[in-house]
Design a protein around this ligand. Structure first.
Ligand code: NZQ
Ligand code: ZN
Length: 388
């Protein structure tokens, strides 16, 4: 097991009715930026409930609405401007990873000196200070409610970049708010949760029992609960398990004591989103099994991990270890397909035209050289091709 240092300053309020804490959380603040996406919060009634609480507290409310899935730098700039113009002293983000990530970048961006906010993201020039950020989570997926990172897109340069901004001060995670998430985004979110776990699970460190146990438990929980949530969208237990899985998966806890693995599927997926604006979890779902088959072939020395994955996650058995390793990968691919995720780039209307550029950017600065199985630009192109 390797050394590690870890701290998560975010306070989680988990469960039905936890919005009852919102007023006390926001009490010290007078001017709130209320950030949300394309309108799901209005349809669900959550917006009215929150506005009622903010009004009762006498807060001045400024709205940053219309934050896109795969949030763009223009929305960050809009939010920073609103904060400065309205003397905002705290941000309340209501939504999923896109709204939360944009809000994190706004919270930091307010203290960024200069106008080029994209350089804050791209060159990792996050200021040491940020506005306090509060979150009300409405979809189980990214774990942005419990980490300090955010991913921002610049569609004019086809770049999507993750950076460290700020942790939420507190996140209200009420599973009932996810009852209205459509099937497509429920499944994509689940694939994202699984990917966060698998990015850490497939590591060279063989003896980090706690981390591996957490990884396997979260994966089995998603495998058990996603089909239930799709069949019964208002099944509280299924939605609650997925929400708890979401927060833990990207928290850093599942890699306690483990060698960094490079998060290569995320690196490759961010290029797909940057060029084609696709749903993050869908890109991950279709890339992951193809990446797995590729690395297993490239470095059979990693087979032991896949055997453990097949046995402990999918409950598979067999004498032939290679067959077992492949069966675990097939089980993952079938699971995604059975739960309605498009599993080819062709289904998404994506061809080979940008593969070379995407592979170049995914491996920028040789970031895949120290992956679980190191990948070259040519390897990445082959993985994209396997997804067609
Ligand atoms: O925009 P609205 O109208 O709210 O609709 C959203 C959006 O269309 C909808 N939705 C959310 N909650 C809903 C709902 N619809 C009905 N009822 C609800 N309760 O779902 C759609 C997707 O929302 P989005 O916020 O984009 O999803 P997600 O949480 O998957 O976030 C994706 C973004 O997060 C980044 C991704 O790259 C992507 O940009 N990530 C952030 C990470 C982080 N901060 O740690 C890590 C991840 O790996 C990921 O990269
Ligand atoms: Zn992700």
């Amino acid at each position: 097991m390797l050394n590690f240092v870890h701290s998560i300053p975010t306070k989680i309020y988990f469960g039905k009715g936890q919005i009852s804490h919102l007023a006390e959380l926001l009490k010290p603040y007078k001017s709130i930026l209320l950030a949300y996406g394309g309108g799901s919060v209005k349809k669900s009634g959550l917006y009215d409930e929150i506005m009622g609480i903010l009004k009762e507290e006498g807060c001045k409310v400024t709205e940053l609405s219309g934050i896109e899935p795969n949030p763009r730098i223009e929305s960050v700039a809009r939010g920073v401007k609103l904060c400065k113009e309205n003397g905002v002293d705290a941000i309340l983000a209501v939504g999923g990873g896109s709204t939360i990530d944009c809000s994190k970048a706004v919270a930091s961006g307010v203290y960024f000196e200069g106008d080029d906010l994209w350089s804050m993201v791209k060159e990792r020039k996050t200021p040491p200070k940020a506005l306090p950020l509060f979150v009300i989570l409405t979809i189980s997926a990214t774990g942005s409610e419990y980490d300090g990172g955010g991913v921002i897109s610049n569609m004019t340069t086809n770049e999507k970049i993750g950076a460290s901004f700020t942790f939420p001060t507190a996140s209200i995670c009420d599973p009932t708010y996810t009852f209205s998430v459509p099937k497509y985004h429920t499944a994509a979110g689940a694939a994202d949760i699984m990917s966060h776990i698998m990015e850490d699970y497939f590591s060279r460190t063989p003896d980090s029992d706690l981390a591996d146990g957490i990884c396997e438990t979260v994966l089995k929980s998603v495998i058990r609960n996603l089909p239930v949530a799709l069949a019964e969208p208002d099944n509280y237990e299924a939605r609650a398990n997925l929400m708890a899985d979401s927060s833990i998966a990207c928290s850093g806890i599942p890699r306690y004591g483990k060698q960094a693995s490079g998060w290569v599927c995320h690196g490759m997926e961010h290029q797909l989103s940057a060029y084609y604006d696709i749903t993050h979890g869908v890109g991950l779902a279709l890339l992951t099994p193809r990446w797995m088959r590729f690395i297993l072939k490239k470095d059979p020395g990693c087979e032991w991990r896949f055997v453990r994955f097949a046995k402990n996650v999918w409950g598979l058995e067999g004498e032939d270890e290679h067959a077992l390793a492949l069966a675990g990968i097939d089980a993952l691919e079938n699971f995604f397909r059975e739960n309605g995720i498009p599993m080819t780039l062709t289904e998404l209307g994506i061809g080979t035209e940008h593969f070379a550029d995407m592979a170049e950017k995914a491996n920028f600065g040789g970031r895949m050289n120290n992956a679980f199985v190191p990948l070259t630009r040519e390897d990445i192109i082959k993985i994209y091709e396997a997804c067609l």
